[in-house]
Design a protein around this ligand. Sequence first.
Ligand code: PLP
Length: 362
Amino acid sequence: MIPFLDLKAINEQYQEVISDELNKVLKSGWYILGESVEKFEGKFASYCGSRYCVGVANGLDALSLIIKAFDIGEGDEVIVPSNTYIASMLSISLNGATPVLIEPDINTYNIDPLKIENKITDKTKAIMVVHLYGQACDMSAIQLIADKYKLKVIEDCAQSHGALFEGQKVGSFGDAGAFSFYPGKNLGALGDAGAITTNDEELYLKLKAYRNYGSHKKYENIYKGNNSRLDEIQAAVLSVKLDYLDKENEHRKEIAKYYLGNIKNEKIILPLLIQEEHHVWHLFVVRTKDRDKLQRYLLDHKIQSLIHYPIPPHKQEAYREWNHLSYEISERIHREVLSLPISPVLSMEEVKQIVEVINSYE
Ligand SMILES: *Cc1c(COP(=O)(O)O)cnc(C)c1O
């Protein structure tokens, strides 16, 4: 069986260095907000080309703390793509604000900038872009709209660590960028972890307090904060793995290039790549009319695939109030998509085998 994602094999590549770093944390006797977190924050900010980075507990907290720090809440609206992973919307709802859904471009799966302006009201406070599946959104178009209406731009970079738009890393465009280091992401920890990047010093200081009970100094609390700290162990692992992120993303790109050049089957729609540097291929998502049939066929040929995602957020029970609405492009995407294996440890032999199987699909 070719697995969709072999996390064990990915992490075993670095077993020795990771063990050494974990031992150092163990022996330091200091496990929360110490040297490892500070070191990772510095490394990750510089990797992203941002002035600041704040480590937090997970990607959802990264998003929701940004919204909280911007004082976006009850009565406010935030623009978000209709086909994103539900965490993007939850971060808005959890703050009491209203997510306003915008349909994506069917070819890139990213928010369609042309559809944003007529959904802007006097309650709109921010645009949350999601660089979905690893491909950067058109940040020039987004920034123009945000500037015109004086809106914050929040980047959900949970799937796009290292992607570039016009030579600049995602996470460094907006007012703040949110990252997840969930184990399966391009940069993954050995548990939950997340981070926020920003160039705004005031926001940075606020977020450092917000992740730690609203405290900027021990036992002095200036905000009603959360407990959402990145721990020393995850930070140590992430510092090691960050050194290999570009190399791993290169391998993903090589696989994607092979898929794009060699999958030839009229039943299958390949993802549209705008520019090579824009995409770090967190997922390689194809579309086909009878998606479940393709998935079964692949499984019969010992190839595991997954669906990202089977149910659009507006049809989830959690958002009952949206269930009657229809977002046709999003619904079509959720009906037709299938993600093929792509990972830093998938061999080109396996990739060739997958292509052969897909090309004989009828
Ligand atoms: C994974 C993911 C998140 C949430 O990250 P967690 O660390 O699981 O909380 C948010 N947005 C998108 C697009 C994601 O893929």
